[in-house]
Design a protein around this ligand. Sequence first.
Ligand code: ADP
Length: 721
Amino acid sequence: MSGPGTSSKTADDKVSILIVDDRPDKLLTYEVMLGGLNQNLVRATSGKEALRCLLRQDFAVILLDVNMPGMDGFETAAMIRQRARSEATPIIFISAVNDTLNHVARGYSLGAVDYILTPVVPEILRAKIGVFVELFKKTEQVKRQGEERAQLIREQAARAEAETQQARLGLLADASHALAASLDYEQTFQALARIIVPRLGDFCILDVADDDGSMRRVAVAHKDSQREPHLADGGECNGSELSVSHAPMKILRAGKPELRWEVDENVLRDLFDQEKDRACIRSLLPVAFIVVPLVAHERVLGAITIVNTSRKRAFGPRELSLAEELAQRAAIALDNAALYKAAQQARTEAERASLAKDRFLAMLSHELRTPLTPVLASVCAMEYEDDVPASMRESLQVIRRNVELEARLIDDLLDLTRISKEKVQLSVERVDAHMLLRNALDICRSEINGKQLRESVELTAANALIDADPARLQQIFWNLIKNAVKFTPPGGMLAVRSSNERDGNLRVEVEDSGAGIDSELLPKIFNAFEQGERPQFGGLGLGLAISKALVELQHGRIFAESDGQGKGAKFTTIFPTSTQSQAAPALRAPISSPQRRSMRILLVEDHDDTNRSLTRLLQRRGYEVQSASTIGSALNIADGEDFDVLISDLGLPDGSGTDLMAKLQAHRPIFGIALTGFGMEDDLRRSREVGFNHHLVKPVDLNKLDSILQAAPTFPNGRSG
Ligand code: ADP
């Protein structure tokens, strides 16, 4: 007998049979009779016990005695039938012959399948039970097979789903990879089209919206590559030009993705107004299509159209959502490309503007400098006159220094451009920093006196010689002193100190008791155009930025200290000192030196005052000067005479001084000095290329010009004095 279980079957493939009879001897008899069937026999001695057995397991068949005390066979059968699980379990009643008629009718009404009369004939009992055992086994088998098939189908579906999912992820990964490969979206879109076909559709078209809202075809792919030209923009189809781009246009106006399972005449008519377009599309054999918009920032940037030409694969929500995801990624790529292009454009624009600004600054400085040249030249000349009284000589120095400074200021604007482009040119020589500090103080003298500042000058450095550009160094010192004076109220203190650091470096401090610098501004003080809250003091906020760049170019350091508003400020610069304690000799040749050379100079300058004063001053120094104001007149003069030197302005009314130089050089070598107010690098390079040996920026320092002339080499036909 088997124990409790849920199925009528046991592990050894036997089925269970329930035998119900109140008499144990009968139960034993049935067991013996059915033993040969070799199944599990479960016995119950009452209707109640039978029901309990049924709660625990299913049976292939129930053998049920009709006559039992308490709940008889019929009542038990009725209860069995009430339970869903056993409502169809076959019941065979065992009944005495005398009750037959009565019992049979009732038994069948309760769902009995058969009757066995007592005394039971073993063969009949075995045969009848055997039938139900077989039937049960068959039913179980069918059920099992059904379950197995269902399981198989479920597994296949899961596998297919996993494969689809994998293909989908693979496609998206490939698409992302292609889209990230470059910022040239036309190229990446073509790669994307090749990924979509044939994996998602038989052909596909990528359109991009132009600024005017019209669609432009940027990529196509067809599984039959020979058909691709038909799809491309301006492609021919059935002899007429294709205008299928209108299709996505129509759909995109709605701004939503669209899936058409079936492309029939109605759909074609819906999408294309013209028969020639419909004919064209027909020839491409579309069966189904998906159109998805490329949307970024709520703007339709383009569309992807994917078309199937065979019914072998179908488009459904899955394909639509995949296409939408592709479109999303493509839209981001397109948007990025547009942003990049805009940034590029902005950069080019900014570069163009910056170049225009450079040109403007160069022009401006030229215009502002030109009038200074004759002033400076004249003052220089007067300084050299022997009969100038000492008091006047001092004034002349003040005039010269200030004109030079004026020219420097004009240069500041140009400097900033050069510094930002790392194109500053320094003429480094050994200089006495103390002398330049005193010069700088002298330039500010009238303001210092005007404000009655208490001035303390302690230039105690034993070695103040440094290798630097004197003009630039003075510019730095002057800027620091000028600021100290500017930001200190009348009666305040100004201190200028120098010392040598332990390592020998020269330390220069400019300290004041004035407005001081806010701790927030302090770290930004050397930035260009940074003025804190003080634009009312005038200036451009360029001085310190230029100074810092110049200090660093000359291998020095500069820093500012201040305890805050109203607490004064201290600016310190530190420069490496020269190892040789001897200052380099000044680059000046005495006017009356017996070794001075006379030369024939052709001076070309269109600014009348400059031309006149330079001519006069050069003549005074013993040169033979012919002057001209245009290239034409210069060439005329040069036709009849030889010259040793050409001194020429670069910007002349009828061309550039470089053209003139090129023409003269073609004739015979000539020493050339270019004059220009333009400090542009291009001018310098160009003038060097055509053979100018020197390049002087206006206003011209006559002494420098004289030194250059005296040091010039002698050419074969040249003369020396
Ligand atoms: P500018 O003087 O033309 O404005 P600078 O670059 O020389 O340009 O100086 C920048 C700013 O630094 C000034 O506007 C001022 O706010 C501050 N500054 C410079 N020197 C001093 C100083 N000695 N005391 C107080 N503030 C100063």
